[in-house]
Design a protein around this ligand. Structure first.
Ligand code: PNS
Length: 168
């Protein structure tokens, strides 16, 4: 039987427990999941592409069904290049829907053979997003239960470096 591969694309700046939740669910459905980290300089990410990939790898716990790659350009083109039959996206709140719906229809127009599968996080992860976590952390709030340990450590290091830079 042919292997069913899914692409889980995103910015992952940084990876959160919400992402991990979606990934675990995707692994139950697909034989292999490729996490595609978008190289997106326009979004001025906190972590470089290499750092984001490394944080994902450290959080994966050696799961043999998951690979991590990076891409620039269209998600459907990357999906095709890794042999994916589906794109996996997480849905949290209804406000996610509009943008996801638009992206799905555009992706389908670009490549009708690649389907988008939406998975929902557990209730405890509904409020988690990378951007809100970065804001909370910047303002001194606790984030340890929202990101994998490697990401929490990396955020502490990154912000300590930034603050030292601002002072110096
Ligand atoms: O984690 P994010 O930032 O919500 O992920 C968004 C992502 C990477 C899935 C989206 O921006 C994307 O697919 N970008 C690649 C460019 C592309 O294919 N655009 C057309 C889809 S509408």
């Amino acid at each position: 039987m042919t292997e069913r591969i899914a692409l889980y694309p995103g910015s992952f700046d940084p990876i959160t427990r919400g992402h991990m939740d979606i990934l675990e669910r995707a692994c139950l459905i697909f034989d292999r999941v490729v996490i595609g980290v978008l190289q997106n300089p326009s979004k001025s990410p906190l972590f470089t592409t290499d750092e984001r990939v490394e944080l994902i790898r450290q959080s994966l716990d050696g799961n043999p069904g998951v690979e991590v790659g990076t891409f620039a350009g269209l998600t459907v083109d990357y999906a095709k290049s890794v042999g994916a039959v589906a794109i996996v996206r997480g849905l949290r709140v209804t406000s996610d829907f509009e943008n996801e719906f638009q992206m799905t229809l555009m992706n389908r127009r670009l490549n009708p053979d690649i389907h988008t599968v939406f998975l929902m996080t557990s209730f405890s992860n509904v409020f988690i997003s990378s951007s809100i976590i970065k804001e909370v952390f910047r303002l001194g709030g606790a984030i340890d239960d929202t990101v994998p340990p490697a990401a929490a450590e990396a955020m502490r290091r990154k912000f300590a470096g930034q603050n030292a830079g601002e002072r110096g």
